[in-house]
Design a protein around this ligand. Structure first.
Ligand SMILES: [Zn+2]
Length: 643
């Protein structure tokens, strides 16, 4: 047995971070460059297939190391100069990646490798690498490659500007003070009337979301909704049109019929036209449950507004909140009392430790970038498997959402996997939604650590198809809804565990609306696909048509949702991903006995066959290995239609 690997040594004092980062990033990028040059210079005959592929693996490992540390520090380091320097490092890593992808000499070296002497993993790495080169356009003639370079550059610029317009275009409505009726006292106090007697409510989430849920004034909700759905309009109209045309040309120049076909090729779904099929299948499956819950909302709306003919987004969130309170008796204030941050964090480690046979040993002396960060060594059967960093509270300049970042990708015998959870939870009492998010994100973290002992960088960590990535995390959310699991750590100040009947009510409230939520999701998925597939002249007409077809809440006249549909930037035509992963998450969960969530026979099999496998096999094969059959829709449809 070889000795345990040592974690990456981080700087011990705050002033050393800037220099440390630059050394780490420069050194890894320089190494990737040198190794790529070596690959091209040495005569191919003087190397075995195995040696060539090992060198290529080292190029990717160095590049992965540079990407990991730069993308992490650009989002979490407390000092602005370090974040800026990390952003530059990330851009440099991107430039090198593009350069390598279009490097004909490098491609020729790999394409000449005789794979008959390689093992199964080596053959897979080679096959996927050659596919990446082809998708980058390496084997096209000079004119086409030049055009691809131009297209890619412009796609990045336009997508960034599209996103920036959404971030920057904060709109607002002016309301009379009495139009805040129904909002919590702290919200009202935070929004005092101005000199003219009106109150300003913006389209930012902390303003918008509570207002749409709690605001009783229907016309005020309507005005805010219209402002929200018109963010970045008309600024993003021309940009979206250009972006869709650029991507369309990009896909066609490489020989694909359209952008979704190009994008779907490397996903589990495989083919562009499979996306609308999937969307229609889910829409049909959700129909019954969606109509049933929609009618409940409509009936309740009519108690307040007898002339209402239908529910749209003006009323949706508000009446969901009303139904939660009146019908399911869930008082969010009471629920919070059971979720003290420190107990939840300890509980999460205890629960996942039991499930996957892991021990989290605090490493209080390990240096970090901020005093809030808690460090643990992940151990199992007497060995250190990795190191995790939990950076869970907000601070200025820090990433605003919740995500897992890599610090170091793990490689068998060479690098210990190290990952970071970056979230923005309160220090005291948490909402139950926060607890679910914590379990979800921890699912990604444990995936990163457990899949950190492959030989190939290509297989390390969450290296699976992009439309499968969310499934393990969505599945782990189930543990945050189980009364026995919650009672093992969630207790109020008096030490009383959360009552099982309260958890039952929370679950019932959470199930309400799952059908119509699925339909709204399918509207987004259809829109993302059709925009890229058809490249329509009138994007608003497409929004109107698809929304009336899929979303029970319908189109709001004179609004332009597509202008602030930020997912078009990163997910392009693949918004369906979330629901696709959820279908598989429900199927994976069906292997567990819902009454015995700590059955380690199942959870260890899951750990070994799905998580630890990383990207070593196609996701469909991993799932089949675990379930003993191919994945299907049964569990998802049963869940959708129960209750
Ligand atoms: Zn996730």
């Amino acid at each position: 047995m070889s000795p345990d690997l040592r974690p990456l040594e981080l700087p011990a004092s705050a002033s050393e971070w800037g220099g440390w980062f630059e050394r780490r990033c420069d050194e890894q990028l320089a190494r990737a460059r040198e190794l790529a040059t070596e690959l091209k210079q040495t005569l191919p005959e003087s190397r075995t297939a195995e040696e060539t592929l090992s060198l290529w693996n080292d190029v990717n490992l160095a590049l992965g190391n540079a990407f990991a540390v730069s993308s992490l520090l650009s989002q979490v380091h407390p000092e602005e100069p370090v974040r800026t320097s990390a952003e530059k490092g990330e851009q440099e890593a991107h430039r090198l990646l593009t350069e390598l992808g279009l490097d004909r000499e490098l491609y020729n070296v790999l394409a000449a490798v005789d794979d008959s002497t390689l093992d199964e993993g080596g053959r897979r790495v080679l096959r996927l690498s050659l596919r990446d080169f082809r998708r980058a356009g390496v084997d096209q003639d000079d004119a086409v490659r030049e055009r691809i370079r131009t297209l890619s550059e412009r796609e990045t610029e336009v997508a960034q500007e599209f996103s920036k317009n959404i971030r920057d275009d904060v709109r607002s409505v002016s309301l009379r003070a009495e139009q805040l009726d129904g909002l919590p006292a702290d919200y009202v106090a935070a929004h005092p009337a101005g000199p003219d007697g009106t109150v300003t409510i913006t389209t930012d989430y902390p303003d918008y979301i509570p207002f749409m849920s709690f605001g009783r004034d229907r016309s005020a909700r309507r005005a805010l909704l219209e402002a929200f759905l018109n963010r970045a309009w008309p600024a993003n109209d021309a940009l979206l049109e250009e972006l869709l045309k650029l991507r369309d040309e990009h896909a066609r120049i490489l020989g694909y019929p359209d952008w979704p076909s190009y994008d779907a090729e490397v996903k589990m779904i495989g083919q562009g036209p499979a996306i609308p099929d999937f969307v229609d299948r889910i829409a049909a499956a959700a129909e019954k449950s969606a109509r049933r819950d929609y009618d409940v909302l409509l009936d309740r709306l009519r108690q307040d507004h007898p002339d209402a003919t239908g529910v749209d987004s003006t009323d949706k969130s508000h009446y969901i909140e009303v139904i939660g309170r009146e019908r399911f008796d869930v008082d969010a204030q009471r629920v919070r009392e059971y979720f003290d941050f420190a107990k939840v964090r300890a509980g999460l480690l205890e629960v996942t430790g039991r499930l996957f046979d892991l021990e989290y040993v605090p490493a209080p002396d390990a240096p970090t970038w901020h005093e809030d960060v808690a460090v643990y060594d992940v151990r199992s059967a007497g060995r250190t498997l990795g190191r995790i960093y939990l950076d869970l509270h907000p601070r200025e300049g820090k990433y605003k959402h919740a995500a897992q970042f890599d610090l170091v990708p793990g490689i068998a015998g060479r690098q210990l996997p190290e990952g970071v959870l970056v979230c923005n939870f309160p220090r005291g009492l948490m909402e139950h939604d926060d607890v679910v998010t914590l379990f979800h994100e921890f699912g990604h973290l444990v995936h990163h650590v457990l899949a950190g002992r492959h030989r190939w960088a290509r297989f390390s960590g969450v290296a699976t198809e992009w439309d499968f990535v969310e499934a393990p995390s969505q599945m782990l959310e189930e543990w945050a809804w189980d009364a026995d699991v919650l009672q093992s750590f969630a207790s109020n100040q008096a030490g009383e565990p959360i009552p099982a009947d309260l958890v039952t009510k929370m679950r019932a409230a959470n199930e309400f609306g799952k059908g119509f939520f699925a339909r709204t999701q399918m509207f987004y998925a259809a829109l993302a696909y059709q925009l890229h597939q058809q490249v329509p002249a009138d994007t608003t007409a497409m929004v109107r048509d698809l929304q009336s077809r899929y979303d029970l809440f319908g189109y709001v006249p004179d609004t332009h949702f597509q202008a602030s549909f930020d997912h078009l930037q990163g997910y392009t035509s693949g918004y369906y991903t979330y629901m696709w992963s959820l279908v598989i998450a429900k199927d994976l969960f069906s292997a567990f006995d819902a009454d015995r969530l700590f059955d380690t026979e199942v959870s260890h099999r899951y750990r070994d066959r799905i998580l630890a496998a990383g990207g070593s096999k196609d996701a469909a094969d991993l799932v089949e290995n675990f379930l003993g059959r191919p994945y299907d829709f049964t569990a998802f449809e049963t869940w959708l239609n129960r209750g």
